[in-house]
Design a protein around this ligand. Structure first.
Ligand code: NAD
Ligand code: MG
Length: 401
C-alpha cells in the first residue's frame, strides 16, 4: 500500500492548482486534500473544497470569507476557513500536512513555500519566483529542516529526472551532481519568435498570452513571450541544482516536447520528452519515487517528425539578457528583476504600458539595485523589504513611461 499524502495546495484555483487536483482525483487511495488556498475566484475554491472534501481553506480577507460562505452548498460539512497571509503560511506548516504544492504566482508565494520548507515538508515547487527572490534562504531551509524539494516547473522537473538517481537529489544538494557538465534548458520562444521586431511595440495582452504550446496563467504567459520566464528559470536552475551560470545553456526548441536536458562529461545528453502538459511533472512530484498515471496522452514521435533547436536572440528577447545580468549582479538584483517584472507585466496586462516597455522598467530597477543593494538579504523580512522597494521604483517609472 502506498503512503497516503496529506496535501496542501497553495494557489489551488490557478492553472497549476487545477492540474494538480486533476491528477489527485485519479488516485484517491494515495492523496487526501488537507488544505486549499486562493486569492480570487473564491466560488471556484468553494467548488474544489466541496469536491475534494478539503478540511481547511485559506482566503485573503473577510470579504472573501463571506463569498466562500455564500458559495458553500447547503447541508454539506464545511471546511475550516482561515483568513490572511499569516494563516496561509501557518497552514503550509500545519503538522497534519505532509506535502505542499507551492503554486501561487509571483513573490507573494515565497512566505508559504518557505514555511513549508522550514516545517520539513515535501515541497512541490511550481512557484519559481520564490527561488528567484530568495534562492539561498530557501535552499538552506530545505537542507536544515530535512524537507524534500521536487521541482514542478517542467524544465527543472525534466532535469531532475535526467540527473544521476542519487537519494539526496531531492534534499537540496549544495554542489552540482558528479559527472554533469551542463544543463540545457529548453524554451519555446513563445508567440513572438518570428514577429517582425518593429511590430513588437504594438502587440496586445491577448496576443502575448496566446502561447503556441502551453495553457497557463496570464502572468507566466507574458513572461514566456518576453522570455523573462526563461531568465527566471536559469536562476531557478542555478539554485535547485547548485549550478554556476556558465554551465546552464538556454536552447530554443519551438515544439516544447524536449522539456530540458542534462549533458554529462562523457558526451552523453539525457533528455526528458513528453506532451506539453503540466500534469506530467505534477504527477512525478506527487508520486515520487513512484510513477503515476497523470491523464496525459502519449507522445507520437512519428507524427511529430522532427525536433528543432536554435540559439535565442538577445535583441529580440532583452529580458533574457537582463535576467542573466541580475544573476551575475547578486541576490538584491534578482529580487529587483522579479519585482520590476511583476509590476511591468501587470501594467501591460491592464493596458497601461506597451509590451516593449517591460524590459525598460526592469533595466531601470536593476540599475537602482546596483547602486543600493551591495549586501545580500539575510532574512525573509529583508527579502520582502527589497521586493517592496523595487515595486515602488517600478511603479514610479511606469507612471513616467
Ligand atoms: P495562476 O495565475 O493561474 O494561479 C495563481 C494562483 O495563486 C491562484 O490560485 C491565485 O488565487 C493565487 N494567488 C495569486 N496571487 C496571490 C497572492 N497575492 N496571495 C495568495 N495567493 C495568490 O498561475 P499559474 O499559471 O498556475 O502559475 C503558478 C506558479 O507556477 C507561478 O509561479 C508560475 O510561474 C509557475 N508555473 C506555472 C506553469 C503553468 O503551466 N501554469 C508552469 C511552470 C511554472
Ligand atoms: Mg517552465
Amino acid at each position: 500500500m502506498p503512503v497516503v499524502q496529506h496535501l496542501c495546495i497553495l494557489g489551488s484555483t490557478g492553472s497549476i492548482g487545477v492540474s494538480t487536483l486533476d491528477v489527485v482525483a485519479r488516485h484517491p487511495e494515495r492523496f487526501k486534500i488537507h488544505a486549499l488556498t486562493a486569492h480570487s475566484r473564491i466560488e471556484t475554491l468553494a467548488d474544489q473544497a466541496a469536491r475534494h472534501a478539503a478540511r481547511v481553506v485559506v482566503v485573503p480577507d473577510d470579504a472573501a470569507r463571506r463569498r466562500f460562505l455564500a458559495a458553500w452548498p447547503a447541508g454539506r460539512a464545511r471546511p475550516e476557513i482561515r483568513v490572511g497571509a499569516q494563516a496561509l503560511a501557518d497552514t503550509a506548516a500545519d503538522p497534519a500536512v505532509t506535502a505542499v504544492m507551492a503554486a501561487i504566482v509571483g513573490a507573494a508565494g515565497l512566505p508559504g513555500a518557505l514555511a513549508a520548507a522550514r516545517a520539513g515538508k515535501r515541497v512541490l515547487l511550481a512557484n519559481k519566483e520564490a527561488l528567484v527572490a530568495a534562492g539561498g534562504l530557501f535552499m538552506q531551509a530545505v537542507r536544515d529542516n530535512g524537507a524534500e524539494l521536487l521541482p514542478i516547473d517542467s524544465e527543472h522537473n525534466a532535469i531532475f529526472q535526467c540527473l544521476p538517481q542519487s537519494a539526496d537529489r531531492s534534499k537540496a544538494p549544495a554542489r552540482p551532481a558528479a559527472g554533469v557538465r551542463r544543463l540545457l534548458l529548453t524554451a519555446s520562444g513563445g508567440p513572438f519568435r518570428r514577429t517582425a521586431l518593429d511590430q513588437l511595440e504594438h502587440v496586445t495582452p491577448d496576443q502575448a498570452c496566446a502561447h503556441p504550446n502551453w495553457r497557463m496563467g496570464r502572468k507566466i504567459s507574458v513572461d514566456s513571450a518576453t522570455m523573462l520566464n526563461k531568465g527566471l528559470e536559469v536562476i531557478e536552475a542555478h539554485w535547485l541544482f547548485a549550478m554556476p551560470l556558465d554551465r546552464i545553456q538556454v536552447v530554443i526548441h519551438p515544439q516544447s516536447v524536449v522539456h530540458s536536458m542534462v549533458e554529462y562529461l562523457d558526451g552523453s545528453i539525457l533528455a526528458q520528452l513528453g506532451q506539453p502538459d503540466m500534469r506530467t511533472p505534477i504527477a512525478y512530484g506527487l508520486g515520487y519515487p513512484d510513477r503515476l498515471d497523470s491523464g496525459v496522452g502519449l507522445l507520437e514521435l512519428t507524427r511529430l517528425g522532427h525536433l528543432d533547436f536554435e540559439t535565442p536572440d538577445l535583441q529580440r528577447f532583452p529580458c533574457l539578457g537582463l535576467s542573466l545580468d541580475a544573476l551575475r549582479q547578486g541576490q538584491g538584483a534578482c529580487i529587483a528583476l522579479n519585482a520590476a517584472n511583476e509590476v511591468a507585466v501587470a501594467g501591460f496586462l491592464q493596458g497601461k504600458i506597451r509590451y516593449t516597455q517591460i524590459p525598460d522598467i526592469i533595466a531601470h530597477c536593476l540599475d537602482e539595485s546596483a547602486r543600493r543593494d551591495a549586501i545580500p538579504p539575510a532574512s525573509l523580512d529583508e527579502v520582502l523589504a527589497l521586493d517592496a522597494r523595487a515595486r515602488r521604483t517600478a511603479s514610479g517609472y511606469c507612471r513616467l513611461a
